[in-house]
Ligand binder design. Structure first.
Ligand SMILES: Nc1ncnc2c1ncn2[C@@H]1O[C@H](COP(=O)(O)OP(=O)(O)OP(=O)(O)O)[C@@H](O)[C@H]1O
Length: 287
């Protein structure tokens, strides 16, 4: 008997996105839908446009063309905070489409930033870009909770300690400054700081890049556990196919700013169709 397919609702849609700095420099005509609970890996060699696309998707850089549509569902953080992202602004018509669909670049920059701060999360390759180095580890973790309106000192501290434990950091180091942590520990702290609010959508840019191989392996393992436990929806940029294999359900392969192949991770890596993907995959396998 054929099993019914479970169709997960769409969370983020890229519609014909183009952001070019020069010919083939940036990303061009990108279309895809990310569904709830899905990890989408964007892979490709250096300069293929992965980071440009991630910046556009995460609201940091306006595309030259195309739309990023975010499908919000209840309960929303606006209910928690009193901020309403869906109310159209005076000169704003960007809420077309399905109810709760937000056109990312049709809302004000302030609202876009609020979205990134409160419903989304961004894990940078360099943890120093995502941490506040002047405050303690605990304050780093609890900051996003405070942005959501939580004020109780004891609860914030307990949440910070809990999350430090979940990312395998010693909770007794809650008052230490991040700069006293190793690179791998800082990355775990950045992940705790990002995930503490259980964001609906997380963007990760080479989250294990720049770390020793053994540190990478542990971090990857932890990321995989957390994404599964929390059912996170993730857009992950990586040039490392092993990272993509471990974390991503689906892959998009980019070359010179365009998507050359997309599909289920195992399908793409075990049976690549496009010449470029075949080259990428074989270059990893060849010693
Ligand atoms: N702000 C910018 N101004 C001008 N050119 C840019 C800018 N950002 C990216 N580019 C160019 O766009 C192209 C794609 O860069 P991008 O950083 O998106 O690629 P990538 O696949 O993420 O590479 P890497 O893995 O090395 O980070 C490159 O040719 C790059 O030089």
């Amino acid at each position: 008997m054929k099993r019914p397919q479970l169709i997960r609702p769409a969370l983020l849609e890229a519609r014909n996105i183009t952001r070019l700095y020069g010919p083939k420099q940036g990303c061009e005509e990108i279309d895809f839908t990310l569904h709830q609970g899905e990890v989408l890996g964007i892979v490709g060699e250096s300069g293929s446009g992965k980071s440009t696309l991630l910046r556009v998707l995460s609201g940091l850089e306006k595309p030259d063309n195309g739309q990023v549509i975010y499908h919000r569902s209840e309960p929303s953080f606006s209910e928690l905070t009193g901020t309403d992202l869906t109310t159209p602004e005076p000169a704003h018509t960007g809420l077309g489409g399905a109810e709760g669909a937000l056109d990312l670049y049709a809302i004000s920059e302030a609202r876009r930033r609020a979205l990134l701060r409160m419903e989304w999360g961004l894990v940078h390759q360099n943890p120093r870009d995502g941490l506040r180095l002047g405050v303690s580890a605990g304050a780093n973790v609890s900051e996003r909770l405070m942005a959501l309106g939580q004020r109780h000192y004891g609860n914030l501290r307990a949440a910070s300690q809990d999350w430090m434990g979940r990312v395998e950091l010693d909770p007794r180091r809650i008052d230490d400054a991040p700069r006293t942590f190793s690179g791998g520990m800082q990355q775990r702290l950045q992940i705790a700081r990002t995930l503490v609010t259980e964001p609906r959508l997380v963007f990760m840019d080479e989250p294990t890049g720049g770390l020793d191989v053994s540190v990478q392996a542990r971090l990857l393992d932890m990321l995989r556990t957390l994404t599964r436990q929390l059912g996170l929806s993730v857009i992950l940029v990586t040039h490392d196919l092993a990272v993509a294999r471990l974390l991503a359900h689906r892959l998009m392969v980019m070359r010179q700013g365009r998507v050359v192949e997309a599909g289920l991770t195992d399908q793409i890596l075990d049976d690549p169709q496009h010449d470029y993907t075949q080259l990428l995959v074989s270059s990893v396998l060849t010693p």
